[in-house]
Design a protein around this ligand. Structure first.
Ligand code: ATP
Ligand code: MG
Length: 250
């Protein structure tokens, strides 16, 4: 579903991704861990067309991200083409980013109506189903300010799902939450994983990574240091850098 081959990304003279190689298989929960500044968010943003890579190849669902290939030449995609591709990828951030002037159900139905031109009544019905799925059917009429952080984050997940993405990206979805609210959000993510969704999850929740993850990558300083099954990497890390990181977070 995602294939990175020697992906490089720089901001000015600073190289943040220094040749990332990895593969996320369809239906997999792929966890990404690593210290602050190692390039995890940047990599997610590249997958989602929010950043353009400088070198290497990045594919989502078999298609190049950001470019069209003709013969051996690459052409940058136009904004409209990028927008079309971004529809297929859901992203959930650390901060919930809901529209504050819209209720929960309006937040969830917004993109299908505005971007896909969906019928409002149908979009609302679908949004209600999604809110039910994340355990918030009874909060549909609440505004974000009337919801807890965990509830807002679950609305954000429902909103991303409303576009029927083939891939969901999560960037530390629980790290801004009070500890007692983390579990509900992780439960929703666990259900989503069980439904077969392909998920790339940047997280500090090692319990989630171990129980739900199918693969885990430890990134440091813009490179993949170590990867494998979460259980193996977390209990028996091979590299000194992985060991040192895990000793601080576990
Ligand atoms: P954290 O765990 O703190 O979220 P991260 O692994 O997600 O860290 P990134 O946010 O990807 O790290 O940042 C990697 C590096 O790239 C950092 O040094 C950051 O300062 C730099 N960086 C990120 N975005 C930009 C930008 N738009 N312009 C310049 N530098 C940037
Ligand atoms: Mg980050």
């Amino acid at each position: 579903m995602v294939r990175a081959q020697d992906v490089h990304k720089s901001f000015g003279h600073v190289e943040v991704l220094k040749g990332i190689d990895l593969e996320v298989k369809p239906g997999e929960v792929f966890c990404l861990i690593g210290p602050s500044g190692s390039g995890k968010s940047t990599f997610l943003r590249c997958i989602n067309h929010l950043e353009k890579i400088n070198a290497g190849r990045l594919y989502v669902d078999g298609e190049l991200v950001g470019y069209r290939q003709q013969g051996d030449k690459l052409y940058e995609l136009r904004d409209r083409e990028v927008a079309m591709k971004r529809r297929d990828i859901g992203m959930v951030f650390q901060r919930f980013n809901l529209f504050p002037h819209m209720t929960a159900v309006e937040n969830v139905m917004e993109a299908p109506v505005q971007v896909k031109g969906a019928n409002r009544a149908q979009a609302r019905e679908r949004a209600m189903q999604l809110l039910e799925r994340v355990g918030l059917a009874d909060r549909a009429g609440h505004y974000p300010s009337q919801l807890s952080g965990g509830q807002q984050q679950r609305v954000a997940i429902a909103r991303a799902l409303a576009m029927d993405p083939k891939l969901m990206l999560f960037d530390e979805p629980t790290s801004a939450l009070d500890p007692e609210l983390v579990g509900d959000v992780l439960d929703v993510m666990r259900d989503l994983a069980e439904s077969g969704m392909t998920m790339v999850v940047v997280t500090h929740e090692m319990g989630f990574a171990r129980e739900v993850g199918d693969s885990l990558v430890f990134m440091d300083d813009g490179v993949v240091v170590e990867s494998g099954h979460p259980r193996d990497v977390l209990t028996n890390p091979q590299h000194e850098r992985t060991q040192s990181f895990l000793s601080k977070v576990l």
